[in-house]
Design a protein around this ligand. Structure first.
Ligand code: ATP
Length: 119
């Protein structure tokens, strides 16, 4: 039980580190809260809520993995190296495609719902 709690504390520290040091993580986090609150307010179905939760989690997790990769690269390759560039660019690309997919999913879920609310 102690080990599980300790692992949870380390994971929490990683999350707090990302929120403190990464402006993009704060932006994704605030967007996630806004999207989830709005989703619940607009009475999304359980399936739609599940898709929303998975979508925001995908973006936040991608941002955290990106931050971890950046930290490792800065540790092992403080100077310029072409492979360091590849690693950072690919990690940033993962965040980018996750964010683009999230934007499409948000558009597909929210636009019909908001239109039906306005009518
Ligand atoms: N050690 C390095 N060697 C080669 N290119 C690097 C190196 N460090 C960074 N770069 C290049 O600079 C870009 C920006 O790197 P940086 O570490 O500032 O990432 P970032 O995405 O701007 O970080 P953050 O998300 O913290 O703002 C990388 O995507 C990469 O192209």
């Amino acid at each position: 039980m102690g080990r599980i709690f300790q692992s949870f504390c380390f994971a929490w520290q990683g999350l707090v580190y990302c929120l403190k040091t990464q402006p993009n993580m704060r932006l994704h986090g605030l967007t996630a809260i806004a999207v989830l609150v709005l989703g619940w307010y607009l009475n999304f179905s359980p399936l739609e809520k599940g898709i929303l939760v998975l979508t925001v989690t995908m973006v936040l997790a991608a941002e955290m993995v990106n931050t971890a990769i950046e930290a490792v690269i800065d540790l092992i390759s403080p100077g310029f190296h072409p492979l360091a560039k590849v690693a950072k660019d690919v990690a940033a690309g993962a965040v980018f495609i996750a964010a683009v997919a999230a934007a499409f999913i948000g558009w597909a879920l929210f636009v019909p719902k908001i239109l039906s609310f306005i009518k």
